[in-house]
Design a protein around this ligand. Structure first.
Ligand code: AMP
Length: 461
């Protein structure tokens, strides 16, 4: 049994204090297994899933050896998606808050490359990026790679799935030979073993323990294809949850089920390949702030999403590969929390289910679905705790969360602070979540009043 106490590690007192501040009491299994090796400077290949605490596992050793006084890039982290990169940057900044002057930069597409190049020129210590954009900046000689002492490949299997192998190779070729290389992946197919062999020296291998895998309760319900939507409704009632993602194999079925749920007044968001970035962001904002409790998504659209504390994952369609199943259910049961994963299968799918059981090393539970609420849907499914208002002003209008909170809770607004949820400020617009019963009032007050002395367009989304 490994020690699972932060104090058992050779971490500086500043980092120990930050971990304590953040409420990290015990090391997660992946941290307990990997931190001693990583702090000792070894290469490592680790099995991990989102929510296992893997970011802190590779970030703490980087922070431990970073020299902030040297304004040079010292660690590079490659991620498959923008969303994951953003999430990793957030986590490193959180853990790095005792490092005065630390610069952590995200290098992803969809943002001006020129600004990133300027930031790099001003001195960045840790860069987190997607392979395409990072290679682009390297080719244009915008990144000084000479000081890189650590390379992390996060969700390496996804990077391969997304066709980034060539970019990864080209990037690694440019890095200093003398470096620490850390590879995290949810699965270890032969292609990952090959990458490890090519990039790493005598890596320590770490896999997740049984206990962690079993923190997810996995159920399966049989359903004929034409009854799947009804089965889904009953699953949502039988396993009530505040945050649910339902996975589909095609975007056509996402759209179809989304229409059906909307018809029945069940608030839900959907994510599929046809959405613009702005639409995706809106859906994610509403899911995270409690305006939707249910999100319908294809695997591709859900890649790298920053979703915390998912209580329930439903597989509307059985995934084609056990690896996809593992990725999907890895979004629940995070960092020691209990999670539930429910799969809808066709009676003919028993062989595929067996393959999944072998791959996960755990057994599905089978139980009958109840027939509660035969006369329509349970009330709770139709109610989301929050509603989102959009405001036609953002950072460019110098709006800050306090201005919006102030307008809502001040004399003209009259709302209580506890009725106001997450506030997100974007460049040209902002979102604020309001407890559902107060949403209309908040909308009217904001529309009649001003925020920071200015008039904005307000909408209920
Ligand atoms: P990750 O798997 O890196 O996405 O981390 C999932 C979440 O767990 C993040 O919000 C971390 O801040 C949090 N976390 C990481 N390590 C610990 C820990 N030892 N104890 C409690 N929470 C943690």
């Amino acid at each position: 049994m490994k020690q699972n106490d932060f104090f058992s590690l050779s971490l500086s007192k500043e980092l120990l204090a930050v971990a304590q501040d953040l409420g990290f009491e015990k090391l997660t299994p992946i941290q307990a297994e990997s931190l001693p090796h990583l702090l000792a400077g070894k290469d490592l290949i680790g099995q991990s899933k989102t929510g296992s605490g893997k970011t802190a596992a590779f970030a703490l050793p980087i922070l431990e050896k970073i020299k902030v006084s040297e304004r040079q890039l010292q660690a590079l982290i490659l991620c498959p998606t923008r969303e994951l990169a953003t999430q990793v940057v957030g986590e490193i900044r959180k853990l790095g808050r005792a490092h005065q002057g630390l610069q952590v930069l995200s290098l992803v597409g969809g943002q001006p490359g020129r600004e990133q190049a300027e930031a790099l020129a001003n001195g960045v210590h840790i860069a987190v990026g997607t392979p395409g954009r990072v290679l682009d900046l390297i080719t244009r000689r915008r990144i000084d790679l000479d000081g890189i002492a650590t390379l992390v490949l996060d969700e390496a299997d996804k990077m391969l799935d997304m066709g980034f192998e060539e970019e990864m190779n080209a990037i690694v070729r440019e890095l200093p030979q003398k470096r620490q290389t850390v590879l995290f992946s949810a699965t270890f197919p032969a292609s990952i073993q090959a990458i490890s062999k090519r990039y790493q020296k005598n890596p320590v291998q770490v896999t997740i323990s049984e206990d962690e895998a079993s923190s997810i309760e996995q159920y399966v319900y049989d359903s004929e294809n034409e009854h799947k939507v009804g089965t889904l409704m009953r699953i949502l009632q039988q396993h009530p949850a505040n945050s649910t993602v339902v996975f589909f194999n095609t975007k056509a079925s996402v759209k179809e089920v989304s229409d059906l749920l909307t018809e029945q007044n069940v608030p839900c968001g959907s994510l599929h390949g046809d959405l613009e970035q702005r639409e995706r962001d809106t859906v994610m904002t509403m899911f995270r702030n409690g305006s939707y409790r249910i999100l319908l998504a294809t695997d591709v659209a859900a890649r790298g999403l920053d979703i915390k504390n998912l209580e329930l994952v439903v597989n509307f369609d059985l995934p084609s590969q056990p690896e996809v199943y593992i990725h999907r259910i890895g979004r629940t049961g995070r960092a020691g929390e209990k999670g539930v994963a429910v799969t809808i299968a066709h009676p003919r799918d028993s062989l595929k289910l067996l393959e999944i059981e072998t791959a996960t090393g755990s057994k599905f539970k089978r139980q009958a679905l109840g027939f509660k609420n035969q006369h329509g849907l349970g009330k709770s499914l139709k109610e989301a705790p929050m509603q989102t208002l959009s405001i036609s002003g953002g950072r460019k209008d110098k709006l800050r969360p306090g201005d919006i909170l102030g307008a809502l809770t001040g004399e003209a607004g009259g709302l209580k602070a506890e009725d106001v949820g997450k506030i997100e400020i974007h460049d040209k617009y902002s979102y604020v979540a309001i407890s559902a019963p107060m949403a209309k009032t908040a909308f009217e007050r904001l529309r009649a009043g001003r925020i920071k002395g200015q008039k904005f367009q307000i909408k209920i989304i």
